[in-house]
Design a protein around this ligand. Structure first.
Ligand code: SF4
Length: 117
């Protein structure tokens, strides 16, 4: 029987065996074509103006960014469907006052995180 979306995020075996948990979640992600890592552009804000910047030409203002609670919901749902890693990026992700809170939440829901300024 094929796995169903409700199987997402459920890892078989010892929950304290980190490798088994990762393998279980990786299998779920593979079964549904879910990426193992997601790039989260938390903000377009940045104090620099690098000529090679990949930010869009039309930048979203800080007020139109997802809120802390909206990002937490996204992180939770990503973990539930089998994503393993979140890359916090921007713009300059440290421009977000809630960055530490988001990193903590990512850890709480079982996502590995890294910062891509
Ligand atoms: S977002 Fe990155 S590449 Fe773009 S201006 Fe800022 S530091 Fe430079």
């Amino acid at each position: 029987m094929s796995p169903t979306p409700s199987d997402a995020g459920v890892a078989a075996g010892d929950p304290h065996d980190g490798l088994a948990v990762l393998e279980g979640r990786g299998s779920t992600a593979q079964a549904f074509g879910i990426p193992l890592a997601v790039l989260a552009e938390l903000t377009h804000r940045c104090p620099l103006q690098c000529p090679y910047c990949s930010n869009p030409v039309e930048l979203d203002r800080g007020g139109s960014e997802l809120s802390t609670e909206e990002w937490k919901k996204v992180l939770t749902e990503l973990a539930q469907i089998g994503v393993l890693q979140i890359h916090f990026s921007g713009g300059e992700p440290t421009a977000r006052k809630d960055l530490v809170e988001l990193v903590q939440h990512a850890s709480d829901v079982g996502l590995y995180s890294n910062l891509i300024p």
